[in-house]
Structures are given as C-alpha cells and as structure tokens.
Design a protein around this ligand. Structure first.
Ligand SMILES: Cc1cc2nc3c(=O)[nH]c(=O)nc-3n(C[C@H](O)[C@H](O)[C@H](O)COP(=O)(O)O)c2cc1C
Length: 192
C-alpha cells in the first residue's frame, strides 16, 4: 500500500499550487467580494488622481460628486465663496443623484481640504444619503493642513458609520502617491 494515492497526491499538488499563486493576486480579486464605492469631489484634479489610484488598487465603482452650480475657476473668487458657504453652513445642491451607499460595504470618500475641512457639498452628501452601518474611508488632498477637522466632521455627521483612518496627500505631490495609497489600503485590512 502506498502512503499517498495518485489522486490525493494530485489534490495536494493543486492545493500547493493555489497557495503559491494567492499572494500574487491583485487587490481587486479579494475586493470583488466586497462592494466598493469611491465617491469624490475635486476642483482642480488632485483628488481625482488619488481617487483613480484607489480605484486601480481596489476596483469598485468610481463616482465624482458634482455641484449643480459649478464652482468658479478664479482662485480668489472660489476661496471667498467657499469661506462664505462654510460660514453660512451651506448645503450646495448636487448636479445629479449618487448611488445609494446602502448598496455597498465600503465607501471611500475623497475631497480637497477647503478651509480646514471638507467642501460644504460633502456635508450635503453625508446628510442626504444614509451611511448607517457602512465603512467610510476618508481621503483628502491639501495644501498643508492635512485632514483638518474633516474626519471629526464626518464622524459627527454620520455617527453610525464606521469611519476608518483617513489618507492625506499634499496636492502638488499626488503624481508620486501610488505607493502611499497602496500602503494605506494594505494597512486598513479591509479587503480580506
Ligand atoms: C477654497 C479653497 C480652500 C482651501 N483651503 C485649504 C486649507 O484650509 N488647508 C489646506 O491645506 N489647503 C487648502 N486648500 C488647498 C487644497 O486643499 C489643495 O489645493 C487640494 O489639493 C485641491 O484639490 P483638488 O485639485 O482635488 O480640488 C484650499 C483650496 C481652495 C480652492
């Protein structure tokens, strides 16, 4: 009697082969089991770059948040308007409806730091949609104030969401941020 039958030996080889392949699978393979939404707002494109890097890493649906009335391109006019919106706790209207967060497991939420927190349209999104019970993952681009008070503001606005560690990337450094984005996603351990 042989210790291993031909059949069990073959089975063993297949199993070992699978194990050897597993670590090489891209993130998107394990992410396929989780429904992922990447929601982001960007005015000059820095946050768009990071959103695309996250999408490349985890897959899912990539959706840009747009306001019904577009923001001005002139920097001084824009900064003044953004400050006024913050002062008045404005809730700028969305250009079009967004996917329902309840249909996803993990929602990445991206934005530029505007006056030390999120642009007010992000508050519109967080109040208008139901993030209860969802994993919310913030990411922002900035000009020096990193996340500002944005993560606390997200937690306060969505107290029943599970808000994870946020990523911040200096706006002018986004092109080099892919390794940072990948390391952050690995550290979050959300895909396994
Ligand atoms: C209205 C406005 C306010 C800003 N306020 C801040 C701020 O308080 N702190 C900061 O670090 N950067 C601030 N910035 C810089 C942006 O966060 C930075 O340029 C960001 O990368 C822009 O992202 P975007 O290209 O996706 O729009 C501000 C920019 C604008 C237009």
């Amino acid at each position: 009697m042989t210790f291993f039958s031909r059949r069990s030996l073959l089975k063993g080889l297949v199993a070992v082969g699978s194990l050897a392949v597993l670590p090489m699978l891209p993130h998107s393979s394990s992410a396929a089991e989780k429904k992922i939404l990447i929601l982001y707002f960007s005015h000059t494109g820095h946050t768009t770059t990071i959103a695309s890097m996250i999408h490349e890493c985890v897959g899912g649906e990539l959706v840009e948040i747009k306001t019904k009335i577009p923001y001005p391109t002139n920097y001084d006019v824009l900064t003044h308007q953004a400050k006024e919106e913050q002062r008045h706790k404005a809730r700028p209207e969305l250009a079009s409806p967004l996917p329902d967060p309840q249909n996803y497991d993990i929602i990445f939420l991206g934005y530029p730091n505007w006056w030390n927190t999120m642009p007010m349209v992000l508050f519109t999104v967080l109040e208008q949609y139901d993030f209860k019970g969802k994993t919310l993952v913030p990411f922002c681009t900035h000009g020096g104030s990193i996340l500002g008070t944005s993560v606390e503001d997200i937690k306060r606005t969505c107290p029943e969401a599970n808000v994870l560690k946020g990523l911040f990337v200096y706006g002018t450094k986004v092109q080099d941020a892919k390794p940072t984005v990948d390391a952050w996603i690995n550290e979050l351990k959300i895909l396994s």
